[in-house]
Write a protein that binds this ligand. Structure first.
Ligand code: SAH
Length: 218
């Protein structure tokens, strides 16, 4: 699998752009400078991989816009060694960024095709994420509790099931709202089931579909 000086240059330019747009967590910027985003792209469109834009992948899903990945990861406040659950593996790019930071990553994808493609890609690139195929709206109780939980699809606002899979001091970042627009919600778990919720701007994600998510479109 190939990287090149040209692609590295484009990647650095994208990271500088993210910094200008307000991303200042060095861990996030360094990780995004290291992960070859183009390798998570459909092969015909590699030249588009370092634009700050979302892009369609298989199964009518999207690889999130780099700014969104950077913003969510910064808000999540990840440190090396933390146990992190991602819901919505998609291309696997966000999971790779979390691995690159040094987190222990569990990631769930409901589309079998995407699960297969992304788990293969992550392992080929040496990212040791634990990939799970299934409905992630109920979290991953078997592997809980987590230091951090990140949802990368648009969720209904009640995320009580996920909150309970956080450790004390844990954080959950999830875009909540209807299918057209979502607010980025940060939930911080304090002691004795004390949860603090704050909101951080508007975004647009594909819907989270499943038991505690939205119903599949017919
Ligand atoms: N994090 C991804 C982008 C995700 S797009 C990346 O870096 O490329 C959102 C993903 O969430 C889609 O792949 C979609 O299939 C998945 N998804 C939707 N509902 C889900 C659910 N209930 N459980 C797990 N994955 C889900």
């Amino acid at each position: 699998m190939t990287d090149s000086l040209k692609l590295k240059g484009l990647r650095k330019r994208l990271v500088d752009d993210l910094h200008r747009k307000g991303i200042n967590d060095l861990k996030v910027l360094q990780a995004m400078n290291a992960v070859p985003r183009h390798l998570f792209f459909p092969s015909d469109f590699i030249s588009r991989a370092y634009e700050d834009a979302a892009f369609p992948i298989e199964a009518d899903q999207t690889i999130s816009q780099p700014f969104t990945v950077a913003f969510q990861t910064q808000l999540l406040d990840v440190n090396p060694g933390m146990r992190v659950l991602e819901i919505g593996t998609g291309s696997g790019y966000q999971a790779a960024v979390l691995c690159q930071i040094g987190a222990i990553v569990y990631t769930i994808e409901r589309h079998e095709l995407l699960y297969r493609t992304s788990s293969k890609k992550l392992s080929e690139l040496g990212y040791a994420a634990h990939c799970i195929w299934g409905d992630g709206t109920g979290g991953a109780p078997k592997y809980a509790p987590f230091d951090r939980i990140l949802v990368t699809a648009a969720s209904p606002e009640d995320v009580g099931v996920l909150e309970l899979q956080l450790k004390e001091g844990g954080k959950l970042v999830v875009p909540v709202g209807d299918k057209n627009v979502q607010r980025m919600m940060l939930v911080e778990r304090g002691v004795e089931n004390n949860f603090t919720r704050t909101f951080h701007g508007e975004f647009k994600f594909v819907p989270l579909v499943g038991k505690y998510g939205w119903k599949p479109e017919i």
